[in-house]
Design a protein around this ligand. Structure first.
Ligand code: ZN
Length: 373
């Protein structure tokens, strides 16, 4: 192995982002050459200062080529990162410690992130969808304990996570309503034929849904929860998918610690019961559930879905960009600069030199590994 490698990293200071060039020596620990890294809604929230996470380098949805150990020869393998520590759910790659938006990631920091092996047929550009897709599958597993298809589920949000929930919910046979108010977004989603049976709505009718999923940034959590609780019929199930900070209080759910309910389900493991029956301020009973992370089984199931239907999931990858391009585009997305147009999943390819290119749903992990030989 070379003595030293150039390792560019996107380093965050406050709300700015800078591409810094360092050299590093891959000595102690396992090193991954980062191949693709996805930008997630939570990354944008951290970037604009809506969350207090400490990481200076963002990125938790990624695939890397594991470099051979210096002392023994290993067969090249691509691995997908599993960011949430199942033993300490507040330890999250790219949130509580520095993440993947760089050329090389080394595990020498002692943080216990996990990886799963990337399947041979997985399209490389879709690999960053694996982790968010696994969390969507987890969300449906929890909802499935209370609600079977073809129950009607309102999803609040229209970002990549909400759309992955919609696509997987449709596939399971639920009747999905995607609730989002912006006409430009609706037009964009229709134009790209993202949704199948799911219907786009600007709001959800009262007592109309058997299930509701809140999948919005933190700044929108309060009003979204109002709407979700209103649209649920008595006995319906609410999944707090995103946007719920610790000690989150909502006047419609007096005395309910929503963040604590969400923390019971971690990486496929449940402590106590997976959901709780609570009563709204108006006396409507609803089940509340939520989770953090995903399990290795869910990550493998997500890979299989991506392999089986690359065109469908590939439509979500609206941009593939270089690290240089990401230095300006991520802050613009974080500031919701609409002049840049609509985005769903932005994938960063640190190996490419051109600023942007369309998503490639054909080049698989196995093909990439073959090219290296
Ligand atoms: Zn994410």
């Amino acid at each position: 192995m070379e003595a030293s490698l150039e390792n560019r990293a996107l380093v965050r200071t406050g709300t700015t982002l800078q591409l810094r060039r360092n050299r590093f020596h891959p000595s102690a620990g396992t090193t991954h050459r980062m191949l693709r890294v996805g930008v997630c809604g939570t990354d944008l929230q951290i970037q604009r200062g809506a969350r207090g996470d400490r990481a200076r380098i963002l990125g938790h949805e990624g695939i890397g080529l594991r470099l051979p150990d210096t002392d023994r020869e290993t067969i090249p393998v691509c691995e997908i990162f599993d960011p949430v520590d199942r033993h300490d759910q507040d330890t999250i790659l790219g949130h509580s410690y520095d993440g993947l938006l760089r050329d090389y990631f080394t595990s020498s920091s002692g943080h216990p992130y996990q990886v799963v092996v990337a399947q041979d047929l997985l399209p490389l550009d879709l690999a960053p969808l694996t982790e968010p897709l696994a969390t969507a599958l987890y969300g449906w597993e929890l909802i499935g304990e209370h609600l079977r298809p073809p129950g009607r589920v309102a999803i609040f949000g229209a970002g990549s996570a909400a759309l992955l929930l919609a696509l997987t919910g449709e596939r399971l046979g639920y009747r999905i309503e995607l609730i989002q108010p912006r006409p430009e977004r609706a037009q964009f989603l229709t134009g790209r034929s993202i949704l199948g049976t799911a219907e786009l709505r600007t709001h959800a009718a009262a007592d109309s849904a058997d299930g509701a999923i809140v999948c919005l940034p933190r700044e929108a959590a309060h009003p979204a929860l109002d709407s979700a609780l209103t649209c649920l019929r008595p006995g319906g199930v609410l999944n707090l998918f995103g946007g719920i900070p610790a000690a989150f209080d909502h006047p419609d759910l007096p005395g309910v610690d929503l963040a604590a309910i969400r923390r019971r389900n971690v990486c496929g493991h449940t402590r106590g019961s997976a959901s709780e029956l609570v009563s709204t301020a108006t006396g409507k009973p609803v089940w509340v559930t939520g989770h953090r992370g995903s399990s290795p089984q869910q990550l493998d199931a997500a890979q299989r879905l991506l392999i089986d239907d690359p065109a469908r999931y590939g439509a979500l990858v609206t941009h593939v960009i270089s690290l240089e391009e990401a230095a300006t585009r991520i802050p613009a997305l974080a500031a919701r600069d609409r002049a840049r147009g609509e985005h769903i999943k932005v994938v960063i390819d640190p190996t490419m030199t051109e600023p942007t290119r369309p998503a490639d749903i054909h080049t698989s992990v196995a093909q990439h590994l073959r090219q290296l030989r």
